[in-house]
Design a protein around this ligand. Structure first.
Ligand code: SAM
Length: 317
């Protein structure tokens, strides 16, 4: 599968402390000088677009913490070859940012929401901000950053009981709800957290909504598999990175906040583009490294990678 999708972590900083991703004190912040500047991100994206990258997702950390993010969105959206600029956010700052992002050319947004119970949300994220996030979801829909996708990571014994309520969100709002299997990234969190395989999540949903039927997928749709419930609870997606391997369908690269290209989330291997760029490499030299990365990409798969601890915020979840 060719690479047409780049995920960019624009900052490793986050305003939530989700217990499975970024628990307090778990990740050393990246020195600000090491974080890629907008013009550096833009240069990498413009060069990758020459090789077929047409979709860019801004993530982090919490991307809305990056000052003037709409300025970057505008630059990327007007880059030759880039057809879609998307955002993954926890939604805390979305209510105030959504219309500026839309005006800057952002196409759509994924919002991470692992609980719709006030206390459950506070327990997972460390903050009492559920209502603020829900206002952000509604504002994203209102300004047309659609389809809005809600990403839920299901943690055994923590938000498992909320699966039916989370799936029901697609009934009360025009959103697609996706269930993502937790994968261990931070050793300290992984010791205390277990995942719920998506086949179990599906069974729980089917008990309430009836048998799900698969929705046809397009090539390049990425790792999610989508279903429809008979009672029109909206589209429900599953991303099963733990219980299945979808490496053959992987169409993406990641650009970390400190300027490294990571060809596979599960591989410790990365290529330092920031050093190359800051040492004055010309476009021809950067292109030749990108060509090497793209040609080596099929070599990196979950199955031949050695698991090691990494920060999802820095890499860009
Ligand atoms: N702050 C933004 C947000 O919350 O959407 C963007 C960054 S966050 C790292 C991106 C996504 O990664 C979130 O949906 C989060 O739930 C997911 N994530 C983080 N750690 C994960 C893990 N260990 N396993 C599975 N998903 C994870």
């Amino acid at each position: 599968m060719g690479v047409n999708y780049l995920r960019v972590s624009v900052t490793d900083a986050c305003n939530l402390r989700c217990l499975y991703c970024n628990p307090t004190g778990c990740c050393e912040p990246v020195d600000r000088r090491e974080v890629l500047r907008f013009e550096e991100i833009h240069r990498v994206v413009a060069l990758l677009a020459e090789y077929g990258v047409s979709k860019v997702r801004l993530t982090g950390g919490e991307p809305l913490l990056r000052k003037d993010l709409p300025v970057l969105v505008e630059k990327l959206a007007s880059t030759a070859g880039i057809e879609q600029v998307m955002l993954t956010t926890n939604g805390v700052l979305l209510e105030q940012m959504a219309s500026r992002l839309k005006a800057a050319g952002l196409n759509r947004v994924n919002i991470s929401l692992d609980s719709i119970d006030r206390e459950g949300y506070r327990r997972i994220t460390g903050s009492d901000l559920l209502q603020k996030v829900m206002r952000g979801v509604r504002e994203a829909i209102r300004v047309g950053l659609v389809p809005v996708k809600i990403n839920c990571v299901v943690l055994k014994g923590i938000n498992e009981s909320e699966i039916p309520a989370l799936a029901r969100l697609g009934k009360s709002m025009p959103v697609t709800v996706r269930f993502i299997e937790y994968c261990p990234t931070v050793r300290r969190a992984a010791a205390a957290i277990d995942y719920v395989p998506n086949n179990e999540v599906r069974e729980i949903i089917e008990r309430e909504h009836g048998a799900l039927s698969q929705v046809a997928m397009g090539a390049g749709d990425g790792p999610a598999v989508y279903f429809k419930a008979p009672d029109s609870a909206g589209i429900i997606g599953f991303i099963s990175g733990r219980s299945s391997a979808f490496c053959s369908r992987c169409n993406r690269l990641r650009l970390t906040s400190d300027g490294r290209i990571k060809p596979c989330l599960h591989s410790p291997h990365s290529y330092d583009l920031k050093e190359l760029i800051r040492n004055g490499a010309g476009d021809r030299q950067v292109r030749s490294v990108l060509e090497q990365i793209l040609s080596e990409k099929p070599r990196y798969t979950k199955l031949n990678s050695r698991a090691e601890e990494f920060s999802m915020c820095k890499v860009g979840g």
